[in-house]
Design a protein around this ligand. Sequence first.
Ligand SMILES: CC(C)(COP(=O)(O)OP(=O)(O)OC[C@H]1O[C@@H](n2cnc3c(N)ncnc32)[C@H](O)[C@@H]1OP(=O)(O)O)[C@@H](O)C(=O)NCCC(=O)NCCS
Length: 119
Amino acid sequence: MLFRYKKSFEKIAMGLMSFMPKERELKKLQQTMHIYEENPDWQLFLWKKEDDFVGLLGLKVEEESYTIHHISVNPSHRGEGIGHEMIGKIQDMMQDREMRATEETDAFLKKCPVKKGDL
Ligand SMILES: CC(C)(COP(=O)(O)OP(=O)(O)OC[C@H]1O[C@@H](n2cnc3c(N)ncnc32)[C@H](O)[C@@H]1OP(=O)(O)O)[C@@H](O)C(=O)NCCC(=O)NCCS
């Protein structure tokens, strides 16, 4: 299930975010978290499995589209379909908006079924 990020999830969110290749450096990671905390169109979600947060999804929402900037899953839970589930859920939440990828997220998103538009 997807949960909207809040400050009390900061540590776990930073841990999951650091699996993104460009977020390994602490300073960059802190800047990225700051963007999500300060800008309402940048939305961060965590995926909870049983009692643990094991996935992260970050996007920028625009009027007719949204761009997936960050997606990561805890290495112990990869290959279980969580990445696909997060993308499926966010597409349902974003309804008519078109999903877009960045250079960083494109490779995985190309593997996910797209409900509206094409990547
Ligand atoms: C990308 C990621 C979120 C996938 O999460 P996941 O829960 O393991 O994904 P799923 O179980 O839903 O899907 C697994 C499929 O995605 C593929 N996949 C995993 N990472 C991928 C990547 N970077 N690019 C393309 N495909 C990828 C797997 O090979 C597998 O394919 P298969 O079904 O043909 O065997 C996870 O591997 C991760 O956290 N990677 C590190 C962060 C990252 O690089 N994010 C950007 C990815 S473009």
